[in-house]
Design a protein around this ligand. Sequence first.
Ligand SMILES: CC(C)(COP(=O)(O)OP(=O)(O)OC[C@H]1O[C@@H](n2cnc3c(N)ncnc32)[C@H](O)[C@@H]1OP(=O)(O)O)[C@@H](O)C(=O)NCCC(=O)NCCS
Length: 149
Amino acid sequence: MTQRADLAIEMFSEENIRGVAEIAKRCFTTPWSEEIYRRELENPQSVGFVCKDGDAVIGMIHCNFVLDELTLNTLCVDADYRRQGIAKRLWNAVTEMMQGVCTVCYLEVRESNLPARKLYESLGFTQNGYRPRYYSQPDEAAVLMQCAL
Ligand SMILES: CC(C)(COP(=O)(O)OP(=O)(O)OC[C@H]1O[C@@H](n2cnc3c(N)ncnc32)[C@H](O)[C@@H]1OP(=O)(O)O)[C@@H](O)C(=O)NCCC(=O)NCCS
């Protein structure tokens, strides 16, 4: 599908943090609360971007970092906007910002989440571990992945 140039990428802010929590609710069975995302605004070890269609948050990515290690916590795009390169644009925004700061990124993904696993492979991640029964609601193993930045 063609990419829409009018969809803006912005950093997490007071203005869009409610939209961040709302898209997390739409996309995940155990989302972080608005309060948790709001606290991340004050966290200097946190980096987050949204993709907006007008005022609506339709995609977001959130990561934390310690020294040179980045952890990708959340990446989601609303169902109607998928396969338009938005997740990739959000990831590129993070890697651009973290250039010269982080050298590696880690993440965990549900074993059955093939769209996400395909996305991460396309971004250069490779599997470096496996944790049985890591997730709940529903119970499921985690595939651990890493990528050099
Ligand atoms: C996973 C997710 C974030 C992908 O977002 P997206 O904006 O559709 O991804 P992109 O359009 O940037 O995809 C980039 C590449 O990833 C791969 N990919 C993405 N979705 C895929 C799918 N459903 N099936 C196969 N490959 C897929 C493809 O290689 C794709 O490139 P292509 O479209 O040129 O083939 C989205 O499906 C989503 O929000 N899912 C629900 C939440 C979730 O599971 N998040 C990840 C766990 S934290």
